[in-house]
Write a protein that binds this ligand. Sequence first.
Ligand SMILES: [Zn+2]
Length: 352
Amino acid sequence: MKSELESIVGETPGVSYELIIHRFTGSDLSAPRVYIQAGLHADERPGVAAMHYLILMLQKAESEGRLLGSLTLVPHANPIGAAQHMFGEHMGRFSTGTRVNFNRDFPVPGEDSIRNLDAAGSATFAERRLKSRLLDLADECPIVLDLHCDDEGVQYIYAPERLWPEMADLAACLDCEAALLWNAGSDRAFEEAAYEQMVAKAKGGDLAGHCVTTVELRGQNDVDPALALKDAEGIYRFLHGRGVVAPDVRPAPVLRKDFVGKPIRHVDMVLAPVGGTILFHVAPGDRVEAGQMVAEIITDPGRECGIVAIQAPQAGFVLTRRIRRFIRMGDNLLKIIGDEPAVASRKGALED
Ligand SMILES: [Zn+2]
């Protein structure tokens, strides 16, 4: 493994960020190239913890001569967001300098089909140069994993509809509980930009063997040694299956019996009708029926009319729920994958 430290110059004198890049060179040029990053939303740590164990496993495979494909790994993909604290609280989802979500607004090809990436020395914000560099690093890799997490949630992945069900091997290896399949834009998230790159470069339009995904490794507080090791082993198994690491005799994983794979238009974003204190009656992974009470919000403690019940809009599977128990009117309370489409079509990301 070779490690490099790249500098991303800040916008003001005396400020600079460091991006750590680990590279493994495989022995078989025909094996897939892989790019994996974690911590793009800097307040999401399950992926960073999984990368710790994964890197150790890959180093072992390398030392045993079992590494076939080459890998580029960026375990701390967002040193800018990692440094953002305000009044003692970490703020890692949005850039405080530009108010842009760190996983939105990645460069996409213009009408001339040329992606205008911002070079390291461009007179643009550091966040923009970082995004361009991350896309650069993923370029030419048919396998791209972007490790994230939700507030509180089951483990699930996003996948372009065109790469499904081929990508079900990743879901099975990770022991994922659900997949959301998309075919329209997601507000220029990293996954979408990397996918466009793949489509543009695929020979004859053939995307066989490709995989690009945002992996949601459960919730923000699901960071412990057992989960991190399980996730690292899942990714490692997937790399085995895709021929990146020399295969062994372990049986191929299969999808869970209760796995839920649906187009993204099935997602019901349940919003809080009032602000207040949340009492959840369901948890991620639960199955709910139409009209079932999923939560209550206390608005006026001690009064009978001071609590508002929220029902499931349709039967489905609880994917995620809010981590904080105080909520504003209009904030997202739960995501439920409905048995039926929640909307006729859905363009753009599920949330800001
Ligand atoms: Zn995220």
